[in-house]
Write a protein that binds this ligand. Sequence first.
Ligand code: SF4
Length: 251
Amino acid sequence: MERGHANGGTGSAADFIPPNASLTALRKAAATCRGCHLYKNATQTVFGEGPRHARVMFVGEQPGDAEDKAGHPFVGASGKLLDRAMEAAGLERDDAYVTNAVKHFKWAKDATGKRRIHKSPNRGEVRACVPWLEAEIARVQPEIIVALGATAGKALIGPSFSVTKQRGIEQKTAWAPSLVATIHPSAVLRAPRPIREREERAFIADLAKVARLLAHGKRERTHRRSDKLLPWSATEAPSLTSSAQTRSSRR
Ligand code: SF4
């Protein structure tokens, strides 16, 4: 039953997640999600894609303009950069599951009124949508999750997450045996030209670390929460990080 919500949704994607649903059934259910207001201005839900038992899952922020139109994640400029970086790092895109913390495109018109400009989802929108991500992780049970950027990192680790401090570091979490955070490929694309090559090399180096972790051996797929979706509080860390480490930024 739908609850009223000031933002124009029920307040949580959990209201739309069928119990014990397969990945395919989840994708179908997500198409009619009204957990927050973001569905109103987007073309369609962009659910994750990839093999059912992918060893690695990439989590970005939200679909962009190209993804919103195509209905598939990471098919625009950021996705092309991710493809190149994965190849350079020795990771197969076909072996990876790619998704986002938020499944609808949030945007605003530019000054000309002709272009749709990306707007980052706020904490309430991430909190509303994270049950889809949790359900995807529970079904795929990846050995390694790669959080791309601050929104994905905060969704998975909590509000204290800092991509500057935590990128490239393997963390043990309840989401998956390993989690590695790095910047979102769109941040590489936005970098000023003099440092863009350096940023791309650093991004590839982070993915190469993921490739080495995968090559090091199979990890036990232990998603401790399985099908039990727990409420995610935007005011508290999800308490999923068991041994987070920090270090200085490489930038
Ligand atoms: S952004 Fe997420 S919670 Fe909001 S309507 Fe879309 S799928 Fe549902």
